[in-house]
Structures are given as C-alpha cells and as structure tokens.
Design a protein around this ligand. Structure first.
Ligand code: ADP
Ligand code: MG
Length: 253
C-alpha cells in the first residue's frame, strides 16, 4: 500500500515493495515502510498474516523475494552484500527462549568469539551484555552454570544478552514474551524500552496492550499486506482502516 510509506528523513530500515513467496504461496504482498532509528516498532495482526516472515526477510533470503530491504542505504539482497556482516547488524530474539546447551557465560561469549573478538576483551563484553539485558545481578555468581538452569524469563533475557553481545544496530523480537509470565513480561518490556536508546527495535506481538505500552510505531498486517503503519497513538486511537480498528478492538484475530 503506497500510502503506508511515510516521511522519515534517514530511516534505519527501508522496505520497498517487498514480495515474498513460499513455493506458490505469496506470504508478503508489496510491503513498503520506513523504520526510524532508535525507535520501537510493533507489528500486529492475526496469526499467519506474515509478521514472522517479515522479520526473517530482514535477516535471510531463503526463498523467492522481490523488492528491496535497505539497512542504512544498503540493499541487503544486493549481490555484493557480505552476509556475515549483515547478520552482525541484525539480531533476532524468538518466542521460545532458545539458549544453547552450555553455560550462561558461554552463551553470551559465543557470538563475540565467532566474530573474532580478542580473548582478553571477551569478559568485558559478556558482562556488559548481561548488564544491558538486566541479568547480571542475578547471574554474576554463577556464570559457569548451565543456561538451561535459568527460569524462562531469565533464559529470554540471556538470549537478549547473547544478541547484544555482537552489537547489532537492529533487534527483531518475534513474540518475545508470549511464553512468559506477567512479571517476566514486564521486565522484558522495560528492557526493550531501555534498549531503544541504542538500538532500532521491531517487535511482533499479539498483545495489544504491549504494543500500545512500548512502541512508537505500529504496523498492522493482514494476509501478507501491511494494511496500515503509523505512530502507535494514531493506530490505536484513530486507525484509518476499518480492518485495523476491528483487529485492535478484538473483533477478529
Ligand atoms: P505470522 O508470523 O504473522 O503468524 P508467518 O510469517 O509465520 O505469519 O506466516 C505467513 C504465511 O506464510 C502463513 O500462511 C504461513 O503458513 C506461511 N509460511 C510461513 N513459513 C512458511 C514456510 N517455511 N513454508 C511455507 N509456508 C510458510
Ligand atoms: Mg509468527
């Protein structure tokens, strides 16, 4: 939808006429939007409308894709793009916490080690990432314990720390709290709002209150189309499209 393209002077992520197919099935239809730096963008819409696919399209190209995704000003589908460099710029956190079966420390050190961070600097990177993910105080005396001994909420913060440790500019959260209890959810929401000063954040959520609480911008997807995109306040208080209003007021979904 052309109307969705907004005026953003220097977007961090620019998506232009993105179409994506899984075999015969088209999962994204002509999606265009611009995501400003240091903002939280919520993606909402019923199951199967393409939210996860949209996130993944910023990370990998593993199926038929037409259109452009620009990070800064570089088309990530360009022939000359260094995929390893790209992955470093974009982190992703999934619905189910998925720590590696290794220690808390090694989970966070994993990325920096792969990317060749100097051995003597790893300790500092790990500690900083755990601090930024609001997990350091709870784990500082047991960094060598298995990550899987942590609670679900702690595991999710560990996954966030693991992502932060490679210093991406962009973090995609795909329903990061839907497997968590309300207290763990609140901690992750606080964390996301804090991370915004250093990162550009996209979060898929089924929780309308969550989208309203923590996001600056909201995009509503329906059957592969981005129906409406705008400031969160506008989307929730005066949606332009009837289907957006029906969705956020719980009439379907
Ligand atoms: P959402 O995250 O909004 O629930 P998805 O992006 O997961 O939606 O899915 C969008 C559509 O693409 C759905 O119809 C889904 O069944 C389909 N789809 C997702 N992943 C695949 C895949 N790997 N292969 C085939 N179809 C897929
Ligand atoms: Mg999904």
């Amino acid at each position: 939808m052309t109307e969705v393209v907004q005026n953003v002077a220097q977007p961090h992520i620019t998506v232009e006429n993105l179409n994506l197919w899984y075999g015969e099935k088209q999962a994204l239809k002509n999606v265009s939007l611009k995501i400003p730096r240091n903002s939280v963008t919520a993606l909402i819409g019923p199951s199967g409308c393409g939210k996860s696919t949209f996130c993944l399209s910023v990370l990998v190209k593993n199926c038929r894709i037409e259109g452009k995704v620009l990070i800064e000003n570089e088309n990530i589908y360009g022939m000359d793009v260094d995929v390893v460099e790209l992955r470093k710029q974009v982190g992703m956190v999934f619905q189910k916490p998925n720590p590696f079966p290794m220690s808390i420390y090694d989970n966070v050190a994993y990325g920096p080690r792969i990317h060749g961070v100097n051995k003597k600097d790893i300790d500092g990177v790990v500690r900083n990432a755990l601090r930024s993910a609001a997990l350091f105080e709870e784990t500082s005396d047991r960094l060598k314990s298995p990550a899987l001994s942590l609670s679900g909420g702690q595991q999710q913060r560990l996954c966030i720390a693991r992502t932060l440790a490679v210093k991406p500019g962009i973090i995609l959260f795909d329903e990061p709290t839907s497997a968590l209890d309300p207290i763990s959810t609140a901690r992750i929401e606080d964390l996301i709002m804090n991370l915004k000063k250093d990162y550009t954040i996209v979060i898929v959520t089924h929780n309308m209150q969550q989208a309203a609480r923590i996001s600056d911008y909201t995009g509503f997807f329906l059957m592969g189309e981005l129906v409406e995109f705008g400031q969160t306040r506008q989307i929730f208080h005066s949606p332009r499209e009837k289907s957006t209003e029906d969705y956020i007021t719980g009439r379907f979904g």
